[in-house]
Design a protein around this ligand. Structure first.
Ligand SMILES: [Zn+2]
Length: 239
């Protein structure tokens, strides 16, 4: 994979361990590397496609939002600061260490520390998606005092990993916004990996973070959150 890194990515980008994590380690080494590269390229392509989809839905106005992929135990790919995510391509991504140090000259998204925290706390998370969708922004403001939104008795709850029935309660944490990532990460920490945990959280008046074991999983979670938050907001308008 090192030979086909896009411009701006380090030539010595460490190997992706996608194949091992998907049980493909038994493949002959050259084939495993080809499979690994194909999976990695597919994940980057899926991330770019998701970014365009979210952009078209009005979730990332004015260069807002940020996305990342876990490449392996030591390395992440992160969107660069100031990039219009509606037109994201591979030049808008940069490599970082798993503790958030850039591996190139580029500047990462301002909220990269929150992605790092999710990957560090949740070993199965491989993609993190953050958008400023209107439903997430408004719902977070309306629920700021309660510090959570409880979703229950929705068929679409089954879109979340591990949920097999509508008759569960899913509590989405709502944390206060902050321009300093350290206090923001501190207030998120108690919710990551708690029992019956929810693969996302809201930041008041700001937006939503969602994650999953692949880009497809994280995107499905984000899609479901947006639908369910829209339903909650519609209910507040019902007579
Ligand atoms: Zn944001």
């Amino acid at each position: 994979m090192n030979g086909d890194a896009p411009p701006g990515w380090p030539a010595s980008l460490p190997r992706c361990h996608c194949a091992e994590s998907r049980g493909l380690a038994a493949f002959p080494a050259t084939l495993a590397r080809a499979v690994e590269a194909a999976i990695f390229n597919a994940e980057v392509a899926a991330l770019i496609e998701a970014a365009h989809d979210f952009g078209a839905r009005g979730w990332t106005p004015a260069t807002s939002g940020n996305y990342s992929l876990r490449l392996n135990r030591d390395t992440l790919l992160m969107t660069r600061s100031g990039v219009d995510k509606r037109r994201l391509d591979s030049r808008g991504l940069m490599a970082m260490t798993s503790d958030g140090k850039p591996l190139t000259e580029a500047v990462p998204s301002a909220e990269a520390a929150l992605h790092v925290q999710i990957y560090r706390s949740l070993p199965k998370a491989r993609a993190v998606l953050h958008v400023h969708s209107p439903a997430a922004t408004v719902a977070s403001r309306r629920s700021a005092a309660r510090r959570e939104i409880v979703l229950q008795n929705y068929e679409l709850l089954k879109a979340f990993e591990g949920v097999e029935t509508h008759s569960v309660q899913l509590s989405i944490p709502v944390v206060a916004n902050h321009q300093d990532m350290e206090p923001l990460a501190r207030s998120v920490a108690p919710f990551l990996g708690r029992p019956g945990y929810c693969p996302g959280y809201l930041i008041e008046g700001h937006g939503i973070y969602a994650w999953g074991a692949s880009v497809a999983d994280a995107a499905r979670h984000l899609d479901a959150f947006d639908f369910l938050l829209n339903c909650e907001l519609l209910e507040t308008r019902s007579p």
